[in-house]
Design a protein around this ligand. Structure first.
Ligand code: C2O
Length: 469
C-alpha cells in the first residue's frame, strides 16, 4: 500500500527520495517508454487533437468530459509505479498538493509547496524545478482560484479574501454544484461522439485555475508549462496537482454516499487506455479497474477538508434582496435568452422558466445548460455564474450566496473539426434554489460574468434549462 501525503508536510528524507526519483526518471533514454519526455508527452497523446480514430467525429480528448478523472488516475498510477521502481521503494507515493486547504497556520498548504518553490530546492539542478512557472505563484503568495490575472504582493486583507473565495469555489464545485454524478464527472463521451462534450464541476474549477495560476496566465504557450495541456506534464508539480484532484474524487464520493456514485454506464466502464508500466511494457487498462483505489494499492493520508464548512452557503452572505416582491420585479425586468441573439460579453442576465418544487421531484435535477460555447483555442477563460443577482459584475464577490458556479477553460486545442456548438457547460440549479430559500418562483434569473484575458473571444449561442436529467 502506497500512502500519498500532503506535499507541504513532507520530511527531508521523503523530499530527498522524491528528488532522486525524478532525477532517475529524467536520466532514462527516450527509447524507453518510461522516460521523462515520453511520460510528459503521453499526457497529450490523449489530448490536444493528437489522435484521430477512424469513426470518430473529432479528435480524441480526455479533458472536458467523463474521461477526465479515470484517465488521470491511471496516468498517475503508472507514473508512481515507475518512480517507485526507479528508487527501489515499492511504498513510494506521489504527494498531493493540498491547495484546497485554506488554513492560515503554517506550514501553509495553499502555496507552491517548498519542495517545488523553496530557495533550497529552487535551483536549476533540482529535478523538481521548472523554469516555466508563474512568478506570482511563488510564496508568500497564496493560491488564487478566482482572479488569476492578478499579480501583486498579497496584503493580509487580500489573503483573507482569497481564502474566503477559494473556500467558496471548493464548496460550490464539490458540494452544491455537484449533487449528481453527471455534473461531477462531466458529460458522456462515446465513440462517434464529439470531443470535450462538457467537463465536470471540479475539472472546470479548481482544476483549471490551479493550472493557470501555476503556469503563467499571461505567457505564450512556449513559456508556460502548467498553463496549457500540451506541456503541463513537463512540470513535476503536475503530478502533485493531479494527486490532489484524484483525492477529491474520493472525497466527493464520501461526502454523500447515496447520491455521489461512480458512473455505471458500460460504455464508460469498458473504455480502454494504454500506458507504460514500471517495466516499460505497454499495458491496456479499463476504466472499471480505476474505480477502487484499494485494489490499486494506494490511499490518501487524511486531511481536514475545511471548505466543507468554511465555504458553505450557510456561512455566506446574501448580496441581493431576496423578498418575493423584489424577485418578482427582477423576473419581469429581465429578458429571456434569445437564441437568435448570441451573446459576446462581459456580463449578461437572462431569465429561464423552471419547474415548481412538486414537479421537480418527479423529473429530477434541473440543470442550466450553457451551450454553443465558442471559445477561441488556447485561451484562458473563466465565467462566473450567479443566481438572482442581476447587478453582478467582474468585481462581484463569489462569497455571495448567489454564486452558482465557475467555468474554467485553459489552453486546449480541440482541433479543426469540432464545431463550437458541441461545447457545453452545466450547472446544478435545484440545490442552490433551496439554499437561497427561493425554489417557489416560476423563473430563475441567471447572470454570467466573464473573467480572463481582455479580448478573449467568447460567444454563447444557446442557454437552456434541461429537465431530463
Ligand atoms: Cu490532463 Cu490537469 O490536465
Amino acid at each position: 500500500m502506497r500512502s500519498r501525503r500532503p506535499a507541504h508536510l513532507l520530511d527531508d528524507a521523503y523530499i530527498a527520495k522524491y528528488q532522486k526519483a525524478y532525477q532517475l526518471l529524467r536520466a532514462l533514454p527516450d527509447s524507453d517508454g518510461r522516460s521523462w519526455k515520453n511520460q510528459a508527452n503521453l499526457h497529450c497523446a490523449y489530448c490536444n487533437a493528437a489522435f484521430y480514430f477512424p469513426m470518430a467525429k473529432s479528435r480524441l480528448e480526455i479533458h472536458y468530459g467523463w474521461f477526465f478523472f479515470p484517465w488521470h488516475r491511471f496516468f498517475l498510477y503508472f507514473h508512481e509505479r515507475i518512480l517507485a521502481q526507479l528508487v527501489g521503494d515499492d511504498t513510494f507515493a506521489i504527494p498531493f498538493w493540498n491547495w484546497d486547504d485554506q488554513s492560515a497556520n503554517p506550514p501553509l498548504a495553499n502555496v507552491l509547496p517548498d519542495v517545488f518553490a523553496n530557495a533550497m530546492y529552487k535551483n536549476k539542478s533540482s529535478s523538481l524545478y521548472d523554469a516555466n512557472r508563474n512568478a506570482c505563484a511563488q510564496p508568500p503568495n497564496i493560491i488564487d482560484l478566482q482572479n488569476l490575472f492578478q499579480c501583486e504582493n498579497q496584503t493580509p486583507s487580500l489573503k483573507a479574501s482569497l481564502r474566503e473565495s477559494n473556500n467558496r469555489i471548493m464548496y460550490t464545485q464539490m458540494v452544491i454544484g455537484a449533487p449528481i454524478s453527471r455534473l461531477f464527472f462531466g458529460e458522456p463521451y462515446k465513440l462517434g461522439g464529439w470531443a470535450g462534450p462538457g467537463g465536470g464541476t471540479v475539472e472546470a474549477s479548481p482544476h483549471v485555475p490551479v493550472h493557470t495560476w501555476t503556469g503563467n496566465p499571461k505567457a505564450k504557450i512556449a513559456t508556460s508549462d502548467m498553463g496549457n495541456s500540451q506541456f503541463s506534464a513537463f512540470d513535476p508539480i503536475f503530478h502533485a496537482h493531479h494527486s490532489n484532484i484524484d483525492r477529491l474524487w474520493e472525497v466527493w464520493k464520501a461526502l454523500a454516499k447515496g447520491n455521489h456514485q461512480d458512473i455505471t454506464d458500460p460504455d464508460y466502464l469498458n473504455t480502454e487506455f494504454l500506458f507504460y508500466d514500471e517495466n516499460g511494457n505497454l499495458v491496456k487498462v479499463k476504466i472499471s479497474q480505476a474505480l477502487n483505489i484499494n485494489t490499486l494499492r494506494y490511499k490518501y493520508e487524511d486531511v481536514a477538508n475545511l471548505w466543507v464548512h468554511d465555504g458553505s452557503d450557510a456561512t455566506s452572505i446574501s448580496c441581493f434582496p431576496t423578498s418575493t416582491l423584489e424577485i418578482n420585479k427582477m423576473i419581469i425586468n429581465t429578458p429571456a435568452f434569445n437564441t437568435n441573439n448570441p451573446i459576446t460579453f462581459a456580463s449578461s442576465t437572462f431569465t429561464f422558466c423552471v419547474s415548481r418544487p412538486i414537479k421537480r421531484q418527479l423529473h429530477g435535477e434541473e440543470v442550466l445548460v450553457i451551450g454553443g460555447l465558442h471559445i477561441g483555442n488556447a485561451t484562458s477563460l473563466f465565467l462566473n455564474a450567479f443566481l438572482y443577482f442581476p447587478t453582478a459584475n467582474t468585481n462581484s464577490s463569489i462569497s455571495c450566496r448567489q454564486f452558482l458556479g465557475k467555468l474554467g477553460n485553459s489552453g486546449v486545442n480541440f482541433g479543426p473539426d469540432l464545431p463550437d456548438s458541441k461545447k457545453e457547460w452545466r450547472l446544478a440549479i435545484t440545490p442552490k434554489l433551496q439554499s437561497l430559500g427561493m425554489d417557489q418562483f416560476s423563473h430563475i434569473v441567471v447572470t454570467l460574468v466573464q473573467l480572463g484575458e481582455k479580448g478573449s473571444k467568447l460567444v454563447i449561442f444557446g442557454i437552456r434549462v434541461s429537465r431530463s436529467y
